[in-house]
Design a protein around this ligand. Structure first.
Ligand SMILES: [Mg+2]
Length: 269
């Protein structure tokens, strides 16, 4: 079997992530509704999301932006309601935001089994994750991911097509034998399709609005949607077998056509 290069995303592909952010955003909104009793929890969460997404566009996926989005939301509603800003409130919110980076992460079911199976099949596994170095390394260490990825780990603050293109150049990957597996249409799937590699989309249990975009790129290779990580090895192996079958059929059909043409030419001579 042809060995493949398989790039995995980390957050919400191999380990849970959004659930921790949602938990902390919930605590934030609860506290804010106590300070701003005329504002609903939904309005607070919507504003926080808006401020957070604006900040990513400007600064990338740095950890600091998340607690700062709480502070920004607080400033916004103080301005809107006339509430006096309080330094201890701001400090409280900043600390609450940073709490998300201290929660131990849990692997998605079958993470170890899936990676082990692909490793044993001889494929080269890579990790491509978005975020800042310290926070992503914390999770990689905690989940003992170097067992599977060793030094083949890439952390991007701007996780886009340029970042993927640089990785593919670094690892000198043949697009036909290279895969990106991830939960984000925006940062995993669209870049993979734009780079003409194979893509596997596994939707997350709870998705972040940032990751949801319409896919307008026409796939040049396999583009699969799976609903569980453990389906990945069979899906890739099935695709390799189908490709081999197609190539074998194609070469034997070409041979037949060639022979028929030769026969025909002979007939007319
Ligand atoms: Mg992800």
């Amino acid at each position: 079997m042809q060995k493949q290069n398989i790039l995995f995303n980390l957050d919400d592909t191999l380990a849970y992530c959004n659930r921790y952010f949602n938990q902390v955003i919930g605590e934030f909104a609860d506290q804010m509704t106590i300070w701003f009793d005329s504002i609903t929890k939904e309005e607070i969460e919507q504003k926080q999301l808006e401020i957070d997404l604006e900040s990513i566009n400007e600064h990338g996926l740095t950890s600091e932006r998340f607690p700062e989005s709480f502070v920004g939301t607080y400033h916004y509603f103080c301005g809107l309601t006339g509430k006096e800003k309080n330094t201890s409130d701001i400090e409280f919110l900043r600390e609450l935001g940073f709490k998300v980076f201290k929660i131990p992460v849990e692997p998605i079911p079958f993470m170890n089994e899936t990676l082990q199976q692909l490793k044993e099949a001889g494929h080269q596994l890579y990790l491509h994750t978005g975020g800042d170095e310290a926070n992503q390394r914390r999770k990689i260490t905690q989940l003992e991911l170097t067992t599977y990825f060793e030094h083949r780990i890439f952390i991007s603050e701007h996780k886009d097509t340029t970042a993927l293109s640089n990785i593919l150049k670094t690892i000198d990957a043949d697009p036909e034998r290279t895969w990106m597996v991830g939960n984000s249409l925006k940062t995993d799937i669209v870049p993979a399709l734009e780079m003409s590699i194979n893509a596997i989309y596994i939707p997350a249990e709870q998705e972040w609005e940032y990751n949801m975009v319409e896919v307008k790129v026409k796939p040049q290779r396999a583009f699969l949607t799976l609903h569980s990580l453990q389906e990945v090895p069979d899906a890739i192996h099935k695709h390799i077998m189908e490709e081999d079958q197609f190539k074998n059929n194609f070469s034997s059909n070409s041979f037949n056509v060639y022979n028929q043409k030769e026969d025909g030419d002979n007939f007319f001579i």
